[in-house]
Design a protein around this ligand. Structure first.
Ligand code: DGT
Ligand code: CA
Ligand code: CA
Length: 572
């Protein structure tokens, strides 16, 4: 699939034009094209072959021509022209929070910054501080932006890596030589982003397995191919290592290569204190091998029950295993529905019926349609009348369709003064109200959100911290106060499953659970092909130690409807 390549080129194009001070409309058009293509579920080449490029929302004729040129020639002349004379490493810096084209031009002209390393250098050696034109506050913001950016630089989002790896594993499973195969590393732990991909197999002829691996269509470069290990670059970007181990070590190798490093170090320490030794080859007392065929062996020899990979971050899971207090993590099959989806009525691509049918196919019992509210012009927000009409449409569909219940909902804006973007009597007609801050990120967000939670109609706060993993810190927010008030008002906090949000994060989920707040997983899907991402939300929930009872989505339809009608306690 060329989707990622094209998304990247358009993203770079936007950066270059912005840097050159071109028309912001043009810049935005490229940026939008980049986002739309990056989120496309279907192969863009297939869409092109069916003459459908112009049917993609957000793609106009100019962009479509450039896509066509790239698909047919492998090049994009406009991009090549624009990139002339602009240093390679400079454009990536545009992605850094609070780094606009003006600042970048200044850093480039005055300090010769051409790359990420240059940028780090001028922040560390103090030369940015003394640059005229950049205030202390600006420098501080850039520094925070750099820190945020560095945390995901060179890593790929779980939501991108997971389908790639599952595709690879499915292909390899068809090889007769392979007996067992599993992802390991950060991907198996479902971290929000992945440095490199680790896959483990057992099987017959190691060399042949590695060869099959290096010949996969996703592979763009082979770094190494031996008898027990192969390393490749996938789709021009991400490194993937495949190791072939002997079947009697599969469990111990899987445990070792799943990590995390911190978890493994802690576990080995405990083993050592008990006169045991753990390695990728098994668990040993002196020379005697006590196990290693199954991953459980490693834990059971230490008297511990098996710890789910998502918990292996040395955040107290080993202590909990010792004390036999490991939580019973929510299971994917316990999730009965998705509580935040957009339809065509606002900025989504699908009709409500298409969404409902896809949700049913995914095994959901219910799905909540939460289109944007009237002030959200940028996102096709709908008027009060349109929302009333949507409610009627949903009633009609619910009568017609079996096996799925569509909940009428909204993602209503929390306005600057903390009031909501629809009147209470309208909100009261909906099954579910999800409230969100979309503007004024630094303006009283805590107070506004609390005010929203105190509204008896509000059931869920969407993406509560407003962060974007790759590029945005989010709201200025007192998270503790929000969680406490959420618990008191029986308002759920969302785990938004959009791959660059995952908001709340795993750590915040842990905290919300401790404070007694409920959570609600919503994909925020704008396309039926994004509904699968409920799995990402479940992954975050599991990494946050959540159990079934912490999540609205694990309620049956009946229980959920009861929850949604709960009275809220009056303000004390
Ligand atoms: P990543 O790739 O940065 O997203 O993170 P991981 O956790 O996948 O790390 P990676 O790929 O470097 O190594 C995979 C696992 O292998 C890691 O979680 C633990 C294990 N491992 C690798 N190297 C070492 C090491 O030097 N010491 C220990 N104890 N474990 C290691
Ligand atoms: Ca890895
Ligand atoms: Ca690795």
């Amino acid at each position: 699939m060329k989707n990622r390549e094209l998304a990247e080129i358009f993203g770079k194009m936007a950066g270059i034009l912005e840097f050159k001070g071109e028309n912001p409309f043009k810049v935005n058009a490229y940026r939008k094209a980049s986002r739309v293509i990056g989120e496309l579920g279907d192969d863009i080449e297939a869409i092109y072959n069916q003459n459908g490029l112009m049917n993609i929302p957000g793609i106009g004729s100019g962009i479509a021509k450039k896509i066509e040129e790239y698909l047919t020639t492998g090049r994009m002349s406009k991009y090549e022209q624009a990139a002339q004379g602009v240093p390679e490493g400079l454009m990536e810096l545009m992605a850094i929070q609070s780094m606009g084209s003006k600042t970048l031009t200044l850093l480039y002209d005055r300090l010769g910054v051409e790359s990420f390393d240059d940028l780090k250098r001028v922040t560390e050696d103090g030369s940015m501080e003394i640059l005229p034109g950049l205030g202390a506050k600006k420098v501080e913001n850039i520094k925070r932006g750099i820190k945020l950016y560095a945390a995901s630089r060179g890593r790929i989002p779980l939501g991108i890596a997971l389908p790639i790896v599952e595709g690879i594993i499915a292909q390899l499973k068809q090889t007769k030589q392979i007996f067992q195969i599993s992802a390991a590393g950060s991907l198996r732990r479902m971290r929000e982003n992945i440095g490199d991909i680790d896959i483990l197999t057992t099987g017959g002829e190691g060399g042949e397995i590695i060869q099959k691996f290096t010949q996969l269509p996703q592979v763009t470069q082979v770094l190494a191919a031996g008898d027990t290990k192969g390393s490749v670059i996938l789709e021009g970007k991400t490194q993937a290592d495949l190791r072939v181990v002997s079947p009697d070590c599969f469990g111990s190798a899987l445990q070792y290569f799943t990590g995390s490093k911190a978890h493994n170090i802690h576990l080995r320490e405990i083993a050592k204190n008990r006169g045991l030794k753990i390695s990728e080859y098994g668990v040993f007392r002196d020379e005697k091998r006590l196990g290693g065929e199954r991953e459980e062996d490693i834990y059971s020899v230490l008297g511990l029950s098996w710890i789910s990979p998502e918990m292996r971050e040395d955040r107290g899971e080993i202590e909990a295993a010792i004390a036999s207090t490991l939580p019973e993590l929510v299971k994917p099959e316990e999730i009965r529905g998705d509580l935040h989806v957009h339809s065509q009525h606002s900025d989504g691509a699908a009709t409500i019926e298409q969404i409902a049918l896809k949700a049913r196919e995914l095994g959901h019992e219910y799905i909540a349609i939460c289109d944007h509210s009237q002030s959200a012009r940028y996102a096709g927000g709908i008027s009060e009348d349109e929302l009333l009409e949507e409610i009627r449409e949903i009633e009609g569909l619910n009568q017609r369709l079996d096996g799925i219940r569509i909940l009428s909902g909204t993602e209503v804006d929390i306005r600057a003064d903390g009031s909501l973007d629809y009147p209470d009597e309208l909100l009261n007609k909906l099954d579910i109200v999800v409230a969100a801050v979309h503007s004024g990120f630094k303006k009283n967000v805590t107070v506004r959100m609390i005010k929203a939670m105190e509204n008896p109609n509000v059931d869920v706060i969407a993406h509560p911290t407003g962060r974007l993993i790759s590029s945005r810190e989010g709201y200025e927010l007192d998270v503790d106060r929000i969680m406490a008030r959420a618990a008191e008002t029986h308002t759920a906090l969302e785990i938004n499953s959009y791959y660059d949000r995952l908001d709340l994060s795993d750590i915040n989920c842990m905290k919300a659970k401790e404070m007694g707040a409920k959570l609600s997983i919503g994909t925020d899907a704008h396309h039926v092909d994004q509904l699968w991402a409920i799995r990402l939300g479940v992954a975050v929930a599991r990494r946050g130690w959540l159990e079934k009872q912490n999540l609205l989505n694990a309620l049956s339809l009946q229980q959920l409807l009861e929850f949604l009608q709960r009275p809220k306690p009056k303000r004390g």
